[in-house]
Design a protein around this ligand. Sequence first.
Ligand code: 9D3
Length: 250
Amino acid sequence: MQIHAVTIFPAMFQSLTDYGITARAVNSGLLGLNAVDLRNFGQGQHRQLDDRPFGGGPGMVMLAEPIINCVSELRQKLSNDVPVICMSPQGQRLAHRDVCEFAHEEQLILLCGRYEGIDQRALDIIGAQEWSIGDYVLSGGELAAMVLIDAIVRQLPGALGNEHSSENESFSNGLLDCVHYTRPQTVQNISVPQVLVSGDHQAIRHWRLKQSIGRTWLKRPDLLESLELDEEQRQALKEFQNEYDEQRKS
Ligand code: 9D3
């Protein structure tokens, strides 16, 4: 997969090529990451990229033409129907299922806005889809684009050493992850749950399922409401709720 990020701060994307799973994906050729410096498309001697808003008001607006020219050049080189995603606080809120859909694209162009936003005509002409990563204010689209890229990379077959480790993750099955423990067996007098050192793999699997569903019920009941639990999952939730009630009584 190839991702082209259009930005005035291309160096920010080095953290993806330098660290962790995203770096490995780039080095193995699974992901091509192309941070395109919008400054190269700026206007006039100063390579200007922004101007004051028509109608007045604070801040600056990104010029339409540098962005249109930049995207045209990319689409000409790649293909005219490469999807363009504009990271924007006004966009649709990104969820796991959207990330999985994006992971099926061969090419993506991500627009990272700065200042107050981008001249609307650029977005209309390009036919950009607008996406947000959540309801809080960032200083620009770059970190949001990097969040999206990181989430997409995890869904590319072969990106996680273990082929199956993204299937068990929070949100892919709609549930929160189970709790985790490692050595030593006792920390400040608190022991690891006995079942995890029992060697009974069937019991461990069921316990983890119960923890996963139970924690979702406690911390994110909104996630449970949109799920159809199967028989084993409903049973595990009942067991968790009974144990939880017992603990509250004592
Ligand atoms: C004063 C009005 N603000 C709109 C809410 C202006 C404004 C705030 C933040 C304009 C641009 C930005 C920069 N944010 C992004 O580019 C952005 C973003 C975000 O702020 N939150 C969540 N997702 C995203 S995706 C891109």
